[in-house]
Each structure stands twice: as C-alpha cells, then as structure tokens.
Design a protein around this ligand. Structure first.
Ligand SMILES: [Zn+2]
Length: 478
C-alpha cells in the first residue's frame, strides 16, 4: 500500500532498527524535544499530557491509601547524603554537585537530589516522637537528577519526573506490608491503565536499592524482548532511621526505631508504553491514559454541513470521551497519519455521504479495523470500543510476553535463547552473586526478579550447577 510505504520512509521500521524506531516515534509523535544540555529532554505538551494522566491516576490511589503529598527541597548538603553509607556509595557516581552560589564557593557542597531518602530522614527525625505519630505516610511529586553516561528520552535522562513515597512505621511487619501494598498499586496502574502486563517479584541483593533491606519490583517486557523495570518499592528496615535517629516512644514508654519504606515510579514508564504498544505507524496509547481518545476528521469539510456536523458530534461525544477535531486545512490523509502517529485510539471520519446515511466511520488504531456506526448509537459504541481497545492492548502485550518467555537449564541453553528468542529467561539460581556476575559478564543479561509466583524449572543453578535456591527471571534490560 502506498500509505504504508510512506510511513516506512517517515519512521524506521522497528524490525530494522528498534532504537532508531524509538527515537523516531518520540520525535514524530511530538512527545519530546532535545535541550541544549546532553541527556536533558523537553517534555512537549502531548508527552506531558500522557504523564499528567498517569500521574493523576497514581496520585488518586496514593491518597486513597492514606498518604499525604509533601514537597522537599531540591538541594541536599553533602554531609546529609553521607549519613547512610550504602546509599552514598550507590548514588555517588551519578550525583550532580553545586559548588558555587553566585561567584562564591560554598563552604559545603550541595547535591541536586538524586532521590530524597536523606531529606525525609532528617525531617522525620524532627517530627516523629511518639507511637501516636505513626505511621507517617508521605509522598512527593518531584524532579530528580542523575548524571547518566548514556541517555535516551524517557528511558534514561539526566533529569526525570517521578513520585517518591517515604513512610515510617512502628514495626517491621507494618513497613513490609506497606512495601507490598505499594508494589501492588503500581502493578494495578500498569496493567489496568497502561495495559502493560508486569511480573512481580523481589530484586536480588546485587540489584536492590542502595540502602534497602529488600526491593520489590515490577518488570515488563518491551517489543524487542528487552525488560524494563517499571516501578520499585523498597523495605528500608531501620538503616536510614538509625543513621538519622528517627525514634519514637512506644506504648510502654520505651524508645524504638522506626521501620521505613520508599517507592517510586517515573517518567520512564512512558518509555515502556511506547515500546510495549507502538508499531511501525507510530505510537499506540491505551485509551485510559490517552490525552485524546477520539480524533474527528471531517471529510470534504468545505462542503456544506460537514463541519457543523463534525462539531455537533464532538459535543455529543465530549460527555463520554476525550475528543478533539482536526478542522485544519490539511488533507484528510495527512490527518489520518498524524492521528495514527500520535497513537490516538479511535479516529472518527464523517463526510457528506455519511451524513446522508446518518452514520460515521470509526477506525481503531490498534487493529486498523473500520466500523460503520449509526450516529444515534455513537456514544455507546465509542465507550465500548475504547474499552475493547484497552483490553486488546493488554492481551496482545501479554501474549507477546508469553511468547518471549523461555526456560534455560544451563548456560548453553541460556545463550541460545538470547539469540533465538530474546525475552525473559526463567532459570534457577544458587543465590551466589558470583553466578549473577558471571551471567551478566557473559551474556549482558541481568537478574530482573525472583518472582512471587512460579514453579522451579530445575534442581540446579543455571550457571554453576550447584543446588538451586531461587527461580529468577533474567533478561537484557533498559
Ligand atoms: Zn550458581
């Protein structure tokens, strides 16, 4: 088809060069622009509108579960960051330093927050005194800076947006429950709103958050078979609390140390959305987070009555969907392409012949299917269709993940899978970090998680042949 050919010229086919396809899509769908600082991105209105929708869903759920939003400062004194040893070791290679205020050198260097555990630690030590002050459930929406060596829009940028939850609890059980609850919340948002199926599990010690006792994670699989960590929830134990002196008097009048959690989801998730659902025609946005769910394209709009009808339909649909109309003087074909490139779930075409017949044409972005709908049934049909598209995207992504999940019992099988069917590899692990390191060095695949659910696939470690302790999902990852 001529139209297909045109698209191949506009964006690189994902089969030819997935990385270039990704870059083309983020630019052509008008999600980001590059700034003059390497690795910094300008999130354009369309990209930001997607983030706002994700943010609003998350923010609602964070508040529903009893958390309050707070705002912490951007700058952290060096001495504060150094209070928790593992934490500073983990983050030191990628922090940005502020050394001067105006022309004067600062007595103490400041870092631009890479995350805010230490700020919360200092603050909590000041405000928590009694068991009555617990639990403390705070969340922050903010930007953070991490000086990454290689950067890509959304996936790895010097500065990104996120939310970071930080909570304090009286007991370890309470804190661990919170850690699990917030991971479930992330999984629900990913699956129900972003239509991205996720694996839930625990990170190995090597891959856990710097300063955490354990890290829970949701992992998703991109179209090219690479994994993406999509949200993490950390049980911090009492490590930060001890470093910062966050103590409370319990009911018996005894001094105790709080147990903490932290959890976050970032603008990276937009990268996942692009790479899970996108195709060679561009972006595909799941209806629930789509800034525009229906784009009306009038056909032969110069003819009498067409534009009036199109506006009338828009007003009618406004009640049930986020709808826009492209009444510019560009050709319909151009408008079709534009709407497809931006991944708008449904296109509505209406022209003189349709008006005569009392119908419109709906075109699904996910399947390309054309559906003729009587105008009288439009609202019901659009609602049904959006729901169907949402479900279809999830099922498609899930089927893709199943297809790209393999089992390996030894390193030969492991390497073979990475060549023949790259994706998740289920393999047993002895628990020794030496094997984990070996696998990473040999194959560049990393341990993604020890899943909460899953049967052992063998008795022996995929790497050393020793006794197996855990089933692990491995993959090359973003
Ligand atoms: Zn081993």
């Amino acid at each position: 088809m001529a139209k297909d050919k045109k698209f191949v010229e506009e964006i690189t086919a994902m089969e030819d060069d997935f990385a270039q396809w990704y870059t083309d899509v983020v630019k052509k769908a008008d999600l980001v622009d590059y700034s003059s600082v390497r690795g910094s991105m300008i999130i354009r209105p369309y990209g930001f509108a997607i983030w706002e929708n994700i943010r609003d869903v998350l923010d609602g759920k964070i508040k529903e579960t009893g958390h309050e939003n707070i705002y912490m400062p951007l700058l952290i004194p060096e001495s504060l960051l150094q209070k928790e040893k593992d934490h500073i070791e983990g983050f030191a290679p990628e922090v940005a330093w502020v050394t001067h205020g105006g022309s004067e050198e600062l007595a103490e260097r400041l870092v631009i927050r890479p995350t805010s555990e230490v700020l919360f630690g200092e603050h909590y030590a000041n405000i928590i005194h009694s068991y009555r002050d617990l639990p403390k459930l705070y969340n922050q929406w903010a930007n953070v800076v991490r000086w990454e060596k290689t950067t890509r829009p959304f996936l790895r940028s010097l500065e990104f947006l996120w939310q970071e939850g930080h909570t304090c609890h009286a007991t370890s059980e309470d804190a661990q429950e919170e850690t699990a609850r917030m991971l479930d919340m992330y999984a629900e948002v990913c699956e129900k709103y972003l239509a991205i199926p996720v694996l839930r599990g625990r990170k190995t010690d090597k891959e856990k958050f710097a300063g955490a006792v354990h890290t829970l994670t949701i992992e998703s699989l991109m179209h090219d078979g690479k994994a993406l960590q999509s949200g993490t929830s950390h049980y911090l134990g009492t490590g930060f609390a001890e470093a910062f002196g966050i103590q409370f008097t319990d009911k018996n009048g005894e001094l105790q140390t709080v147990h903490q959690t932290s959890w976050g989801i970032t603008t990276r998730i937009i990268g996942a959305l692009i790479m899970v659902h996108g195709d060679n025609r561009g972006l595909v946005v799941p209806p629930k987070v789509a800034p525009k769910q229906v784009m009306i394209v009038p056909i032969a709009q110069h003819k009498e009555g067409v534009l009036d009808k199109a506006y009338e339909l828009r007003d009618q649909l406004k009640k049930v969907a986020r709808v826009d109309i492209d009444a510019s003087d560009k050709m319909p074909g151009w408008k079709f392409n534009e709407s497809e490139m931006k991944g708008i779930p449904v296109r509505l075409e209406v022209g003189p012949k349709d008006i005569e017949k009392g119908q419109v044409v709906l075109v699904r972005r996910d399947t390309g299917e054309k559906i003729f709908v009587p105008m009288a049934e439009l609202e019901t049909k659009v609602v049904e269709l959006l729901e169907d598209i949402q479900n279809n995207l999830f099922e498609k992504a899930k089927a893709h993940r199943e297809e790209k999940t393999s089992i390996a019992r030894n390193m030969d099988e492991f390497k073979q899978v990475l060549v023949e069917n790259p994706g998740f590899i289920k393999a047993m692990w002895c628990g020794d970090v030496a094997c984990e390191n070996f696998i990473k060095d040999e194959t560049s695949a990393t341990s993604r998680c020890i899943p909460f659910e899953g049967e052992p696939v063998s008795d022996t470690c995929v790497c050393c042949g020793g006794e197996a302790k855990h089933l692990v999902y491995w993959a090359k990852a973003y």
